[in-house]
Design a protein around this ligand. Structure first.
Ligand code: THU
Length: 161
């Protein structure tokens, strides 16, 4: 007989002013990346900032390509750079912000499926969840974790049966 599974995910809605100073600084770093996005095709600028356990902040912005699928989202630019340069360090927080070119306010870029999967690889390799801070319109922040964003995710444990 079919069995119903209920999976609860958690997220919090906060105002920017409610963040602690470390979180605020990370969100500010992500905002600062918007102008550096290379998004001539979508004109949708995205910035990401990754805070590592040692305190380093690794930043990224979306990098598009005339061959569209060859481009990469800001989240993966940032986390792959963190993984490449600081392979031993855990990721504590990732801040993500987006703004269409010419828009007055931010829009929430709820990471795409590929980015969720890529972030999950790092979260499942470390013992602590990675906190995500998504900037929404009116400087609201959606705070959650990678696991909450990708329930029933696939990771290296899945490969071993
Ligand atoms: N994009 C990101 O960088 N992150 C997201 O969370 C959503 C989408 C980028 C990909 C592409 O360059 C542009 O935004 C439009 O999809």
């Amino acid at each position: 007989m079919a069995k119903k599974i209920t999976h609860q995910i958690e997220a919090e809605l906060l105002d920017y002013s409610e963040l602690d100073s470390e979180q605020k600084a990370l969100v500010d770093e992500a905002k600062g990346m918007l102008d550096q996005a290379y998004a001539p095709y979508s004109k949708f600028h995205v910035g990401a900032a990754v805070l590592l356990e040692g305190g380093a902040v690794i930043k990224g912005s979306n990098q598009e390509n005339a061959a569209y699928p060859s481009g990469l989202c800001a989240e993966r630019v940032a986390i792959f750079s963190a993984g490449a340069n600081y392979p031993q360090q855990k990721i504590k927080v990732i801040a993500i912000v987006a703004k269409p070119q010419g828009a007055k306010d931010f829009v929430m870029a709820s990471s795409c499926g590929n980015c969720r999967q890529a972030m999950m690889e790092y979260e499942s390799n470390q013992s602590e969840p990675i906190q995500l801070l998504f900037v929404r319109p009116n400087n609201e922040i959606l705070k959650t974790t990678v696991g909450d964003l990708l329930p029933f995710g696939f990771d290296s444990k899945s490969l071993n049966g």
